[in-house]
Design a protein around this ligand. Sequence first.
Ligand SMILES: [Zn+2]
Length: 56
Amino acid sequence: MADSLHTRYMTASDTWRVHRKSCPPCQNGRHCEDGEPLHERFVRLQSAYLNHLRNR
Ligand SMILES: [Zn+2]
């Protein structure tokens, strides 16, 4: 279970980072239409994962 959350977090993180690398608006914190959901997913999974570590 922990692994699958971690995997999803890593995948979301990679997807977001790859997108941001080639997207100037997202680099400047002005998320584009494609970047916004990727960033949201990354933030959501990051806090879920950190929460999981804290409550372990
Ligand atoms: Zn973007």
